[in-house]
Design a protein around this ligand. Structure first.
Ligand code: G3H
Ligand code: 13P
Ligand code: ZN
Length: 307
């Protein structure tokens, strides 16, 4: 088994009308839950880690862990830097063995975003590493950066950006946002923007961030067993499936995995007050992640049998 870049998986996903799930991890059990699900469903997958996840786990530990688990479980996967904040971080991940990196210059001035993305692409491509960039701003918080409003991606600018940077995939803003509180009223995505980008950049892989569905049962379980999460709302599954059948080839999900793991741990600990073996309660979290990822592969991504 090997860590692979995203080139082939995106090509197959685009042609097949499905998406690859990109799941954020920062520990062993999250990783194992995701990979076991992908093995079960024979699905291609991207394991991703943010700067804060890398700080938490340690970059070399993370790379070794992902390589070893991919080997042991028997699933090839890409290891991707999520929301890389600068060239130095992207370089550090490439040098450590990541096979894909995101350089997120979406909060910068347009020309600065072009320049930093180009710089990362030039370095990454020497090592056969894929690069994702972002154009447009999602409402909510991405690592340390917070925005109150969406700044939808401009399709004309997307074409210029892709041509000038040579980037391999592009994250766009069409109304999704990070975290568990995505919509105050009705959920709405700008499919017209996605369609226009697809028609101007045929065959080019688009990425959707902030794509957790925020399962109300997981939220209810958290709250039933001592949590306090009010007003959580995610992206409806039908919308994600529709995006997957279009130019979207990568769908990022973190919040759903956090919620299901937290729900499982809270429930397990509340129902088993005498247990203090971490393998038991964290293991319950791992099983929950596996179940959620299997359902994402079937209901959201359509990526079963893509390995
Ligand atoms: O887009 C943000 C991801 O959910 C990563 O979040 O920076 O808390 O690891 P994090
Ligand atoms: P969610 O918060 O919707 O899971 O999005 C995660 C994400 O986009 C990571 O980059
Ligand atoms: Zn994101």
């Amino acid at each position: 088994m090997a860590l692979i870049n995203t080139k082939e998986m995106f090509k197959k996903a685009y042609e097949g009308g499905y998406s690859i799930g990109a799941f954020n991890i920062s520990n062993l059990e999250q990783l194992q839950g995701v990979l076991e699900a992908c093995k079960e469903k024979k699905s291609a997958v991207i394991i991703q880690a943010s700067k804060s996840a890398i700080n938490y786990a340690g970059i070399n530990t993370l790379v070794a862990l992902v390589k070893a688990a991919s080997d042991e479980i028997g699933v090839d996967c890409a290891l991707h830097l999520d929301h890389g904040p600068n060239f130095e971080m992207a370089k550090k991940c490439i040098d450590a063995g990541f096979t894909s990196v995101m350089i997120d210059g979406s909060h910068l001035d347009y020309e600065e975003n072009v320049a930093i993305t180009k710089q990362v692409v030039e370095y990454a491509h020497k090592f056969n590493v894929s690069v994702e960039a972002e154009l447009g701003v999602l409402a909510g918080t991405e690592d340390d950066v917070t925005s109150d409003v969406h700044k939808y991606t401009d399709p004309e600018q997307a074409v210029d950006f892709v041509n000038r940077t040579g980037v391999d995939s592009l994250a766009i803003a069409i109304g999704t946002s990070h975290g568990a509180f995505k919509f105050k009223g009705e959920a709405k995505l700008r499919f017209d923007i996605l369609e226009e980008i697809q028609s101007k950049l045929p065959g080019f892989p688009i990425v959707l961030h902030g794509a957790s569905a925020v399962d109300q049962k997981a939220v209810a379980t958290c709250n039933e067993f001592g949590g306090d999460i009010a007003g959580a709302k995610g992206v409806p599954v039908e919308m994600l499936r529709k995006a997957s059948s279009m130019a979207v080839c990568k769908i990022n999900m973190d919040t759903d995995l956090r919620l299901c793991m937290t729900a499982a741990l809270r429930k397990f600990l509340a129902e088993n007050p005498t247990v203090f073996d971490p393998r038991k309660y964290i293991g319950a979290g791992r099983d929950a992640i596996q179940a959620v990822v299997e359902s994402k592969i079937e209901d959201v991504l359509g990526s079963a049998n893509s390995l």
